[in-house]
Design a protein around this ligand. Structure first.
Ligand SMILES: [Zn+2]
Ligand SMILES: [Zn+2]
Length: 326
């Protein structure tokens, strides 16, 4: 049973919260008081860092000799029992995977890692892949980026035909390790398996832009922004790519490309002051001053200070020096 304290032993604050810290090289879940900083409880479960392999010890991912782990000494039965107890700490009515998600939301990421690992290793309710992706994300979240990358790599390399989620997970760890080209390739493989992953497509667009593959970045950004009902985060990433592309096209006097990009992303243009400003500039140069003013006003409401506003205003003024002003 869990006997977690709820009142700070030093200052009596009732706002205690869990977070995962590192003590030297070891991750620890700490129940910390935000008022006085006192650690009210610490849990240093053994982190299962090694790449996941079916049949290995869930507790530490080392080899079992017949029935007993050669490293931590747990028998298979004890291993299962330990992870059931960990699940009960969170909520005995939840599966290991749901308990892992709950623990992660509560800030107990080391505990979450233990639970996700058990769910992945046992392929609980056929959700082993989802659990493994969560496990890899948690490894990275507790400061074990190398082990996260190692597990993701082992996953795609050790599987006959890796799934979309495996490639996406590997791509995310490659991206986190600044292996930009390899990450873009892994995302491409993930998208071939499942083209509906908007977030992965938006991230790929961002990587392609970093790799100076502007044409491909544009294609991917358009594929995200030309759909209805895309989630906020994916829209934000794809819009940022579109903004940078518009800035770039403007510097090369390629207004037709800007117009095309804005047209495809019209459902989302009004969320971005930069895209609004680009549209205002194009509208002004086409002579539609009323619409240009409307877009500029909307853009200013989102961000009062952008360099491009000056250029929009210049486009809105009748050209100086033209013959009719004399
Ligand atoms: Zn306190
Ligand atoms: Zn073990």
């Amino acid at each position: 049973m869990s006997t977690t304290r709820t009142i700070c032993l030093k200052c009596s604050s009732d706002q205690l919260r869990w977070l995962t810290l590192r003590k030297g090289r070891i991750p620890v879940d700490v129940l910390q008081c935000p008022s006085c900083g006192t650690a009210n409880a610490e849990e240093d479960w053994m982190p299962p860092l090694r790449p996941l392999q079916v049949g290995r010890c869930w507790n530490c991912m080392n080899r079992r000799e017949i029935d007993q782990c050669s490293n931590c000494g747990l028998t298979k039965q004890e291993d299962v029992q330990v992870h059931d107890e960990l699940r009960s700490i969170v909520d005995p009515t939840l599966s290991h995977l749901d308990a892992a998600r709950q623990a992660s939301r509560n800030g107990r990421r080391l505990l979450a890692l233990k639970l996700a690992t058990a769910a992945a290793a046992s392929n609980e309710s056929g959700q082993g892949e989802v659990a493994r992706a969560l496990r890899i994300w948690l490894l990275s979240a507790i400061g074990e980026a190398d082990h996260a990358l190692e597990d993701a790599k082992a996953w795609v390399e050790g599987t006959q035909d890796p799934s979309a989620i495996a490639w996406a997970s590997y791509g995310q760890q490659l991206q986190a390790s600044n292996m930009t080209g390899a990450a873009a390739d892994a995302y491409e493989k993930a998208l071939k398996k499942n083209p509906k992953q908007n977030n992965i497509r938006a991230r790929r667009a961002q990587l392609l832009l970093e790799l100076r593959r502007g044409g491909q970045a544009q294609d991917e950004a358009i594929r995200v922004l030309s759909q209805d009902g895309v989630d906020e985060q994916s829209v934000a990433i794809a819009s940022m790519v579109a903004e940078k592309l518009c800035d770039h096209f403007e510097s090369e006097y390629r207004d037709a490309e800007i117009s095309r990009l804005l047209d495809y992303s019209r459902d989302y243009v009004e969320r971005s002051p930069v895209l609004l400003a680009h549209r205002a500039r194009l509208l002004a140069s086409e002579g539609d001053l009323a619409s240009a003013r409307r877009d500029l006003k909307r853009a200013r409401r989102l961000n009062p200070e952008l360099e491009i506003f000056e250029r929009v205003e210049r486009a809105m003024k009748p050209s100086r020096g033209s013959w009719w002003r004399w």
